[in-house]
Write a protein that binds this ligand. Structure first.
Ligand code: HSE
Length: 425
């Protein structure tokens, strides 16, 4: 049986999960993969810190060279998170011929080409199933079976923290700040939640998925991003009344060589399969010309779900006779220069405070009509406060720029726009 000697870079929640999975499953893994996996060194910041796993003290080191320069270690598993020093360590490992398995979406999304180039240079493998949606094998699906398709659209709930917050706001009628504080107490949101709630985490993942789906690089900086920090209970309640569920949706669409990539709060009809993905679950809904629509759903975070993807990659890498080079997916369309647009077409939910007087609707509808935007639904409440009432409208599908122009032209003395939420599905 082949012995695979590996080193860990990091041993926090995810690294601890990998240790536990390898430990509890050793015999079955050995039989299944014909592989004996031995962890030789574990790089940590503090060797004396209490850990959730039983990694022996003798394996711990604070010196990266103990992992990166040990010739017996042929595979490095990285779970440090953050761009640096993780990227530099992975580059060093790859260049020296060590295969890398990583869960690090940020390092990958920001440094695709450098990491792939280093892997090619070192003839080493770069595996990153765990970087997107934890246990859900979406990287494998996109880079394997879905290669038989022209993928036109990806829509995903790819951040568990924000899905948990929005689910509770929808189901319990709670406010954003209260749910976030509770999620932090429960360990479901980070003490600094900004990467999740501002949509960065989802944008990194979308950049990775879209690059694989569209066979050419979709840089992180092209992803339009709005987080959920401005989401109000009032909008969620209005959406609920009108048959919509709010999600932080990651959307990538391609038509010809024009691509849109965006992460923002989105209303989905409550019948849409993604609307039924609650709590901290993740899901990815794909459309391809041959497969039509399909949805993958599961746990996108947590120690063991993430470890599930990492250990799967370790097993695959350990038995690979030739490493998988994901950049071949990019090179499949080397001459294509994608055009990234921000003028996407979608329906818009608009909530405004409007003067309760004759002519108000005419003025609002007129601004929309001048931009060729058509109204699908309009609701107003007959309970004016200070002479103003709440008015909600949903447009038919219209270009983003036309809707923004129409809203900007609305006279402030007549109506004030309070929120604009894109709708999909
Ligand atoms: N913080 C992420 C989430 C998990 O809430 O889904 C890791 O990407």
């Amino acid at each position: 049986m082949k012995e695979l000697v590996i080193g860990f870079l990091g041993c926090g929640n995810v690294g601890g999960g990998v240790w536990k999975l390898l430990e509890g499953f050793e015999k079955e893994l050995a039989q299944r993969a014909n592989l004996k996996i031995r962890v030789k060194k574990v790089l940590v910041r503090n060797v004396n810190k209490a850990r959730t796993c039983s990694v022996p003290q003798s394996l711990l080191t604070t010196c990266p060279e103990d992992v990166l320069c040990d010739p017996e270690i042929t595979l490095v598993a990285e779970f440090m998170g953050g761009e640096q020093p993780a990227t530099e360590y992975m580059l060093r490992a790859l260049k020296s011929g060590k295969t890398v398995v990583t869960a690090n979406k940020m390092a990958l999304a920001l440094n695709w080409h450098r990491l792939h180039e280093a892997a090619r240079h070192g003839r080493a493998g770069l595996y990153y199933e765990a970087s997107v949606c934890g246990a859900i094998p979406v990287i494998d699906v996109l880079s394997g079976p879905m290669q038989s398709n022209r993928i036109s659209s990806i829509m995903g709930i790819i951040n568990g923290t924000t899905n948990y917050i929005l689910s509770r706001m929808y189901e319990q009628g709670e406010d954003y700040a209260a749910v976030l504080a509770d999620a932090q107490k429960l360990g479901l949101a980070e003490p600094d939640p900004s990467s999740d709630v501002e949509g960065m985490d989802a944008a990194y993942k979308l950049s990775i998925m879209a690059s694989l789906a569209f066979h050419t690089r979709v840089p992180f900086k092209q992803v339009y991003r709005e987080g959920i920090t401005g989401v109000t209970q009032e909008d969620i309640a209005w959406g609920k009344e009108l048959g919509y569920v709010m999600k932080l949706l990651a959307v990538a669409k391609r038509e010809g060589d024009t691509v849109e990539v965006r992460v923002h709060p989105t209303f989905l009809p409550k019948e849409h399969p993604l609307s039924r993905v609650h709590d901290s679950f993740n899901a990815v809904y794909l459309s391809g010309h041959a497969c039509k629509e399909m949805m993958l759903q599961g746990r996108g975070a947590g120690d063991l779900p993430t470890a599930s993807a990492i250990v799967g990659d370790i097993m695959r890498a350990g038995n690979a006779t030739e490493h998988f080079f994901p950049d071949s997916a990019f090179l499949a369309e080397p001459d294509v220069s994608l055009q990234f647009t921000r003028n996407w077409n979608t329906r818009f939910f608009v909530r405004m405070s409007a003067v309760d007087a004759p002519g108000t609707l005419e003025k609002i509808a007129g601004c929309l009509a001048r931009e060729n935007v058509s109204i699908a639904t309009m609701v107003q409440r007959d309970a004016p406060v200070d002479g103003r009432l709440t008015l909600v409208l949903i447009t038919h599908s219209a270009p983003e720029m036309s809707v923004q122009a129409a809203l900007a032209a609305m006279p402030k003395a007549v109506c004030q726009v309070q929120s604009v939420i894109r709708t999909e599905g």
